[in-house]
Design a protein around this ligand. Structure first.
Ligand code: ADP
Ligand code: TRP
Length: 333
């Protein structure tokens, strides 16, 4: 089958802490760029977050932060639909329909589930069913493309399997087959210790940090112990790896040359990195402050998004309900 002219692009963002440069260059930047390439649907995966975060206050703040972050970083509500997962209850209803056709074996093979258990997260039923909820998210909105990081590709493949099992069980064809889309050219962004940047490693540089805390983070990027005068290798320098994500080609070339030539210390490079971070996100930072001062506007964007998203989910869920032998809509809905 040929790809639709305006594919439905869908992704979910877990509200699980302050966003960092790895999230931006690995995922968010691509989400924002895609909003003009198709019919973009993005939601804040708050039901998913409940599988690991059970703190009323932190939860509410994290949900609000994702909305502010995405809008500040350039998500345009007139181009993309943005909503909160829990505002579209059809998704949880579809989760159940899918769970009834999903083999235990499929879920037991989940890398993400196994990783989380290995990290000491309590194995609850919700965590185990996480991929089924994710499949419902994807299928309820007729998604063609699902931009995700490598760690989530298996979940999209599981979604394809669940859609097929449902179609086979009921002799129907109610779901669109989704494909995962990996961020093009997105490299793994290193953290301040040189490992992959991740909030679970405590090595992040937050996008919206500023002033002293930001400076402190940048100044603590780990380097080798070469002195100012020594020649240095840019490719093995974390400061350079981060800098090139934000600097122009000419600036990147200049820093590489300075490092190779010697007479240029890591302290100098850190100052340039700090300036690059500040200027790259200056506009977004100002916009975030404006948005935070207008919570009604943010709430409006999410409510409008939920209404639009719900129209699609109602239709798909209706077809799935009919396929199993129920009426298309529950009574009074
Ligand atoms: P974390 O590792 O901090 O918990 P998440 O797993 O919540 O981050 O990731 C959210 C998104 O950001 C995913 O799409 C993931 O692929 C991307 N991402 C996270 N860290 C990095 C990184 N260091 N480099 C590139 N992409 C990343
Ligand atoms: N599990 C995804 C993550 O941790 C978030 C997510 C939930 C998602 N539902 C989704 C991503 C549907 C894509 C499509 O990053």
């Amino acid at each position: 089958m040929s790809a639709p002219a305006r594919p439905r692009i869908l992704s979910g963002i877990q509200p699980s802490g302050k966003l960092h440069l790895g999230n931006y260059f690995g995922a968010i930047r691509q989400h924002i760029a895609l909003q003009h390439e198709g019919s973009a649907y993005y939601f804040i995966a708050d039901y998913h977050a409940l599988t690991t975060l059970q703190d009323r206050q932190l939860f509410a703040e994290a949900v609000r932060d994702v909305a502010l972050d995405y809008l500040a970083l350039g998500l345009d509500p007139s181009a993309a639909v943005l909503w909160r997962q829990s505002d579209v209850p059809e998704v949880t209803e579809l989760t159940w329909l899918l769970a009834t056709v999903t083999g235990m074996g499929l879920l037991e093979r989940g890398h993400s589930y196994k990783d989380k258990i290995a990290r000491g997260i309590t194995p609850r039923a919700g965590l185990f069913l996480y991929p089924v909820l994710m499949a419902a998210d994807i299928l309820a909105f007729e998604s063609d493309l699902v931009p995700v990081g490598k760690d989530q590709v298996q979940h999209v493949e599981m979604t394809q399997d669940m859609a097929e099992s449902f179609h086979a069980a009921y002799g129907c064809s109610v779901f669109v087959r989704p494909e995962a889309r990996l961020a093009e050219g997105a490299a793994v962004v290193p953290g301040i210790d040189g490992q992959k940047m991740s909030k679970s490693y405590g090595n992040t540089i937050e996008i919206f940090a500023s002033g002293k805390p930001l400076k402190k983070r940048v100044m603590s990027v780990v380097t080798d112990s070469l002195g100012v005068d020594d020649a240095k290798d840019p490719e093995s320098c974390t400061i350079f790896q981060l800098y090139r994500l934000m600097a122009s080609e000419a600036q990147t070339g200049e820093m590489a040359e300075h490092l190779r030539r010697g007479g240029y210390g890591y302290g100098d490079a850190k100052k340039e990195l700090l300036a690059a971070i500040e200027s790259t996100f200056a506009e977004a930072r100002a916009r975030r402050i404006e948005l935070a001062a207008d919570p009604d506007h943010v709430e409006d964007v999410l409510a409008t998004g939920a209404r639009r998203a719900r129209e699609v989910a109602r239709r798909v869920l209706g077809a799935a309900r009919e396929a199993v032998g129920m009426r298309g809509r529950p009574i009074d809905a």
